[in-house]
Write a protein that binds this ligand. Structure first.
Ligand SMILES: Cc1cc2nc3c(=O)[nH]c(=O)nc-3n(C[C@H](O)[C@H](O)[C@H](O)COP(=O)(O)O)c2cc1C
Length: 267
């Protein structure tokens, strides 16, 4: 696969993975790819936990399910991220960013546009949507043969110092190396982010993973091989839109947006 094709085809996998374990060879390749990322003064501040033990994965899944349900019940998730939700293909085409929830149980379809209103949020609670999403999230995580925890060395990672930014930047690059390589390996990857939204749950994860004081737990991902006939989740979204050249780039100064490339060019 050409690198530019890998970049253009890179996606987040929202759906379930095959049950089969991720080979040790592939696990080590993913860590090698991460370790090849650039870092300030080649400090390589990242550390990783390869989690394939069923009981540890199951405990993470329980936390993932519980936190998804809590966020839905509290409505905080929708309030916090409502600016990213799009409700039509036209809106996606116009904005060229955000996520479009295009897969929904019939009973919820009439309410999707009012999903941010307290009335609909409480109706969704009565309809059991938070526990349904919680259970879906728990199953997705439990069914993922590999979970990857990403940490930063606190020797390097000082949040309020420049090194804090440098560490996060290089961490992002290390994760992107992994994300790009997953395709080559027939794998997929998705953030497990709901525990990050609830500090007690994040602390619980640190204890479960026995993260030492010298390391900061930064992110968690679920990985696995992508099934040929992948079934979409009951509630699912798509986010394949990208901004145009003119929305992303300027020429020489910010006074001159870069014109969109002519249809003939490949950009
Ligand atoms: C900092 C960050 C947080 C993210 N959090 C989540 C998340 O909680 N759940 C999820 O499914 N994807 C998450 N993603 C993936 C984005 O939703 C995804 O990259 C974006 O919608 C574009 O879709 P794509 O990755 O398929 O191209 C996150 C990505 C980043 C960089």
């Amino acid at each position: 696969m050409e690198l530019i094709d890998a970049i253009r085809q890179r996606r987040t996998t929202n759906g379930p993975f095959e049950q089969r374990p991720v080979s040790l060879e592939h696990q080590h390749l993913l860590i090698e790819a991460a370790g090849r990322a650039p870092s300030h003064f080649n400090s390589q501040p990242w550390r990783f936990i390869l989690i394939d033990d069923p009981s540890v994965r199951s405990q993470i899944a329980t936390i993932g399910g519980r936190t998804m349900q809590q966020l839905m019940e509290r409505g905080t998730f929708f309030q916090r991220y409502k600016k990213y939700f799009r409700f039509s293909e036209e809106e996606m085409e116009a904005r060229r960013d955000g996520i479009l929830i295009d897969q929904l149980p019939m009973m919820l379809k009439p309410f999707i546009k009012q999903v941010f209103s307290d009335t609909v949020l409480s109706l969704m609670s009565k309809l059991g949507v938070p526990s349904m999403l919680g259970e879906d999230n728990r199953k997705l995580i439990e069914g993922s043969p590999l979970i990857l925890a990403v940490m930063l060395d606190k020797e390097e990672y000082i949040p309020d110092a420049l090194s804090g930014f440098y560490c996060q930047l290089s961490m992002g690059m290390a994760i992107e190396h992994i994300w790009l390589l997953t395709q080559e390996l027939g794998m997929g990857i998705q953030f497990i982010s709901t525990p990050m939204e609830i500090p007690e749950a994040w602390q619980e994860l640190k204890e479960l993973l026995r993260v030492p004081d010298g390391l900061e737990l930064m992110a968690l991902y679920r990985l696995g091989y992508v099934p040929q006939d992948a079934k979409r989740n009951r509630i699912d979204w798509k986010s394949d839109q990208r901004k145009r050249l003119s929305q992303l780039a300027f020429r020489n100064t910010c006074a001159t947006p870069e014109p969109d490339a002519s249809p003939r060019s490949t950009v």
